[in-house]
Design a binder for this molecule. Structure first.
Ligand code: NI
Length: 145
């Protein structure tokens, strides 16, 4: 169990684009475990590596009792959209309505380097979009009307 400090808004790492993962090694698996432990402890629905100070394209999620992670994600978004309240562990206590795609098909890799596809709607789709934004240095406040 390894819980890392969560970086808060104002930390430059949250505004830095993360690098693709190239080494699917023990260090990466430790990163996924640290993200999972830190997210579950918070608790939160998702956590991206830059939020614990690591500039790699990795995030974890825990939505509708499903725990997962995704590495080097690329997203296909539905045309249908949905607005719902959204928060972020880097902005404790804040939640605002954010308009996002209702559905997402996310392709990427698991920690062993195997290709994976995650399909989700509503809250899972929202989470995947929010966490992928973190990997590009984009924060949910940037998505507000
Ligand atoms: Ni966030």
């Amino acid at each position: 169990m390894s819980i890392k400090p969560i970086r808060l808004f104002g930390d430059p790492v949250l505004r830095t684009s993360a690098d693709p993962v190239t080494d699917f090694d023990a260090e990466l698996r430790k990163l996924v475990q640290d993200l999972t432990d830190t997210m579950m402890d918070a608790p939160g629905l998702g956590l991206a590596a830059p939020q614990i100070g690591v500039g790699l394209r990795v995030f974890t999620y825990y939505v509708d009792d499903v725990l997962g992670h995704l590495i080097n994600p690329s997203l296909d978004l539905s045309a249908e959209r949905e607005e719902d309240d959204e928060g972020c562990l880097s902005f404790p206590g804040l939640a605002y309505p954010v308009n996002r795609a209702f559905g997402v098909v996310a392709k990427g890799f698991d920690m062993h380097g195997e290709p994976v596809t995650v399909e989700g709607t509503s809250q899972l789709a929202r989470c995947i979009q929010h966490e992928t934004d973190h990997l590009d240095g984009v924060l949910f406040i940037d998505r507000l009307d």
